[in-house]
Design a protein around this ligand. Structure first.
Ligand SMILES: NC(=O)C1=CN([C@@H]2O[C@H](COP(=O)(O)OP(=O)(O)OC[C@H]3O[C@@H](n4cnc5c(N)ncnc54)[C@H](OP(=O)(O)O)[C@@H]3O)[C@@H](O)[C@H]2O)C=CC1
Ligand SMILES: O=C(O)CCCC(=O)O
Length: 486
């Protein structure tokens, strides 16, 4: 592999400002899902190294929190600038280990960096409160303090942005963070650590613990009493395990978990805009995003027209190695993902669904899969109640607004929902009726650093990005000052 700056390709973990190997010398290989070639190896750390990273974070914490917000902000700004100066290299590393197209990787690096920029600015605005007391002798003041040592477990689908969206508000608020990136995508995380070190983030404030076994590292992070906050993006099943483990020391948590996003197309929608919106929302990262549309619910009167327009667009998608010119659909992350997608399609077809486009493994082999569109889908099929996490768009039909809302809310998940309508009254009504943390109205792309990202129900807890994202790393302290009257 050739980068402009080869020192961004680190094959060691980063703990307490040192590049380290595992205590027992073990490593694991990271492969490129587009070629199955080994990109490199990283240390396979366990609980002992994680414990040391947590202890180092705790030691580094007082000096970091004692810095002024302006000082921390300046360091974050430098980190942001270094990331953007190295955008091409970071994108190349991401496409190599994750598979997404180089255009998407380039976009994700900028998206990830935007959280650093945002929190560099926002951390200067950690305001408190004064509250009028009931006693003339008392003053009541409310301050915000950094929560302390944070631990983050991040997924493979956004190897850069899911780290910066957690680390930047933590650092801005005055907290250190130990991150365990996904086994499949450690190199993006290690490159971020290299740039953080160059930016002047002190030793111990940011550690990256690489591991092939999320379990051991996760157990240490969720049970070590030093850790005050655990933040996780990934599956609901793992989120529940972590929450159980955190209960032993009652840690604060942010959980950004699975989704089952509905995308409703009303009869008054601009159908071309709805098709564009769906293409972005469904096929971003080959459908491997928690906010990707899972169910497309179309009014019966526009169903055929919408399906035809959509089929034409899906047919234009180009599958291939993310580095290849014009490719917008990379491989899926692994064979388990391919098998899940296949299972969902065959279950739907057995129960009467019709394949309009795609439907099978791509001729390129490996984990490449054809972008797929299914019609005549009914609510007894797996695609209705399970997150597919792949490039499959099932089309359901509905008759009334009430029915569409009922179908959309009929899931234990509540992350993102989308709908297209040109009726302003309906737009408010439906936005308020949808039991989701985020709603896109006439838009299939809602992610931005300035807005709160997160879900309700079994999609998780807490918000990332925006002023709300900073609060997740702060505690509220109430000071009652008596004896004011002389
Ligand atoms: N909300 C989202 O953005 C995401 C949702 N998902 C959903 O989850 C499904 C499965 O994907 P998968 O990658 O297995 O997601 P996981 O939830 O298993 O993985 C996410 C992160 O958690 C780690 N992890 C896994 N098990 C544990 C554990 N017991 N303790 C601590 N950390 C752990 C993983 O480490 P390691 O990589 O080493 O296993 C990874 O870093 C997808 O098909 C999709 O439906 C997946 C990824 C992101
Ligand atoms: O959890 C995910 O799947 C990543 C979120 C992507 C986004 O911020 O849009």
């Amino acid at each position: 592999m050739k980068l402009n700056d080869n020192s961004l390709f680190r094959q060691q973990a980063y703990v307490n400002g040192n590049w380290i190997d595992a205590d027992d010398g073990k490593t694991f290989e990271v492969t490129n899902p587009a070629t199955n070639e080994v990109i490199g190896t990283v240390p396979d750390l366990g609980a002992a190294e994680t414990k040391r990273a947590i202890e180092a974070a705790n030691e580094a914490w007082p000096a970091w929190r004692a810095k002024t917000a302006a000082e921390r902000s300046a360091i974050l700004e430098t980190w942001f600038n270094l990331i953007m100066e190295n955008q091409a290299d970071l994108a190349a590393l991401m496409t190599l280990e994750q598979g997404k197209s180089i255009a998407e990787s380039t976009g994700e690096v900028a998206y990830g960096a935007s959280f650093i920029k945002w929190f560099a600015e926002e951390c200067k605005r950690v305001y408190g409160d004064t509250i009028p007391s009931k006693n003339t002798d008392q003053r009541i003041v409310v301050t915000k303090e950094p929560i302390g040592v944070c631990a983050a477990i991040t997924p493979w689908n956004f190897p850069n942005a899911m780290i910066t969206r957690k680390a930047a508000p933590a650092f801005g608020a005055g907290c250190p963070m130990v991150v365990k990136p996904a086994e499949a995508t450690p190199f993006s995380a290690l490159a971020l650590a290299e740039l953080a070190e160059r930016a002047g983030i002190p030793a111990g404030i940011f550690s990256v613990v690489t591991a092939s076994q999320g379990k051991d590292v996760g157990e240490e992070m969720t049970t070590n009493p030093i850790v005050r906050k655990v933040t996780f993006t990934g599956s609901t099943a793992v989120g529940k395990i972590l929450m159980k483990q955190c209960s032993s020391t009652l840690k604060k948590m942010s959980l950004e978990l699975g989704g089952n996003a509905p995308f409703i197309v009303f009869e008054d929608a601009d159908l071309d805009a709805a098709v564009e919106g769906l293409m972005v929302s469904k096929y971003r990262n080959s459908g491997q995003t928690c906010v990707c549309t899972n169910r497309t619910i179309v009014h019966e009167s526009v169903y055929d027209e919408f399906a035809a327009k959509l089929a034409a667009k899906v047919g234009e998608l180009k599958v291939g190695d993310g580095f290849e010119e014009g490719v917008n659909q990379g491989p899926l992350i692994n064979m388990a993902a391919v098998e899940k997608v296949e299972d969902h399609i065959s279950d739907a077809v057995e129960k009467g669904a019709k394949v309009l486009v795609g439907g099978k493994r791509h001729e390129l082999g490996k984990t490449f899969f054809e972008p797929t569109l299914l019609a005549n889908v009914t609510t007894d099929m797996k695609v209705t109640y399970e997150e597919t996490f792949g490039p499959v768009a099932p089309l359901f039909s509905f008759k009334t607004e009430a029915e569409a809302i009922q179908m959309a809310n009929d899931t234990e998940f509540g992350l993102a929902a989308y709908f297209f309508s040109r009726d302003i009254g309906r737009s408010w009504r439906v936005s308020e009726a949808l039991e989701y943390g985020m709603v896109g109205v006439n838009s299939g792309l809602i992610s931005t650093e300035v807005a709160p990202f997160g879900g309700v129900k079994e999609s998780g807890l807490g918000r990332e990005g925006s002023k709300f994202g900073l609060d997740e790393y702060l505690e509220t302290k109430y000071i009652c000052m008596a004896g004011v009257s002389s």
